[in-house]
Design a protein around this ligand. Structure first.
Ligand code: NAP
Length: 349
């Protein structure tokens, strides 16, 4: 099969680098262009990018010249966007109007009623919103988004339980890795020997985005799931991997072993199961008392699997657990690539 030409928008940052690394030898997509801000345009990628990943920069990327994020200058069909929200708000619709499919990490369009927030192992049916988006906005292309990185693992676990028991209320406390703040991100003097109990806009996103993804696609759009989420979000001195402590009230009572079984046996809907980036299994349940841990468990399933542990009865709600998800892989670039695969598989390219 001829590979689909793809560009990475904002390729030099924390998420952009992950895109470049994960798209190396992708079976369906071939990177034909890399973009970044005016600061980097005209330099080679190697010159413009302070590479922070342990995996080496792919050879094909090193000599590519960084281009401006201009739809008429780029010749891709898929645009993987790692742009900051303000740049995404302005530029992503221009790519969609010009016929490009924008697969975005930015929060700019997640709240739009005709833009899906997608996790292929949770709500692949929501991709049909793109048809409404195209007819309402007159776009030949589209914008689809993945959720904020803290909502990702949380929503995968919630979906497994929603299917079997229903959901009522969730109390969530996150411990989020530094790479989630981008590069250079948080100053070392702020984060070393410290926990930052505030991440701008994050608590609101974690309280709302899972409700959209767990909601139902109706003729009138997405009906939000009837779930109340109270979220505290914290930045901690971990390089990669967001940990979330969840206390949950279920729709109907369930024994702990039934909850464990629902998580461990969860399978993605058929359409998403065999895609190249599909995590198999979507959820791994750990029974040791001190797992999951970011350093030990974040690369489970090449960083795409959600890891759940510390499953216990909860004194206030019904159950509690700890959820781990790799923020720049499952929560960002890897998730967006999985979404693009779903887009191709759904015949919406
Ligand atoms: P980052 O490390 O700060 O990188 C920002 C990138 O944006 C750089 O490549 C920068 O290029 C580029 N850029 C800035 N202004 C631009 C413009 N006007 N046009 C084109 N490119 C521009 O940030 P990040 O962590 O990668 O985050 C990228 C996006 O993904 C954000 O919207 C963020 O909220 C979202 N996200 C991040 C994570 C995560 O775990 N980090 C997870 C989910 C979602 P220069 O190098 O030239 O300045």
């Amino acid at each position: 099969m001829n590979k689909i030409p793809a560009a990475v928008l904002a390729a030099t940052g924390s998420v952009g680098q992950r895109f470049v690394q994960l798209l190396d030898n992708h079976p369906w997509f071939e990177v034909v262009a890399l973009t970044a801000s005016d600061r980097s345009v005209g330099k080679t990628y190697q010159e413009a990018c302070h590479w922070v990943l342990t995996e080496p920069m792919p050879d094909w990327a090193k000599k590519m010249v960084v281009q401006p994020s201009e739809p008429d200058k780029l010749k891709a069909r898929i645009y993987f966007s790692a742009m900051p929200a303000d740049a995404a708000r302005e530029l992503e619709p221009r790519f969609a109007a010009a016929g490009g499919c924008v697969v975005s990490n930015a929060s700019a369009y997640r709240k739009e009623p005709d833009v899906p927030i997608l996790l292929p192992e949770v709500n692949p049916d929501h991709i049909r919103l793109i048809e409404r988006q195209r007819s309402a906005r007159g776009w030949k292309g589209c914008i689809l988004t993945n959720p904020n990185c803290t909502s990702t693992g949380l929503t995968v676990a919630l979906k497994a339980l929603q299917n079997r028991f229903g959901l009522r209320r969730a109390f969530v406390v996150s411990m989020q890795a530094i790479s989630g703040a981008g590069y250079p991100g948080v100053a070392s003097l702020d984060i070393l020997d410290n926990v930052l109990p505030y991440i701008s806009g994050e608590e609101e996103k974690v309280a709302w985005e899972p409700r959209k993804m767990l909601g139902e696609l109706t003729d009138g759009g997405i009906r939000l799931a009837e779930l109340t989420i109270s979220a505290h979000t914290n930045r901690v001195a971990v390089s990669d991997g967001h940990l979330v402590c969840l206390s949950l009230e279920l729709g109907q009572k369930a024994a702990l072993n039934e909850v464990r079984q629902a998580l461990a046996e969860y399978q993605a809907p058929e359409v998403s199961r065999s895609l190249p980036s599909a995590p198999q299994p979507p959820i791994v349940v750990r029974d040791e008392p001190d797992r999951p841990q970011p350093r030990l468990d974040r690369m489970t399933g090449k960083g795409m699997t959600t890891v759940v542990g510390r499953l216990q009865e909860d004194a206030i709600f019904d159950v509690r657990m700890v959820i781990l998800s790799h923020n720049t892989i499952r929560g960002a670039a890897g998730g967006a690539i999985y979404n693009a695969e779903l887009l191709v598989e759904s015949g919406l390219m």
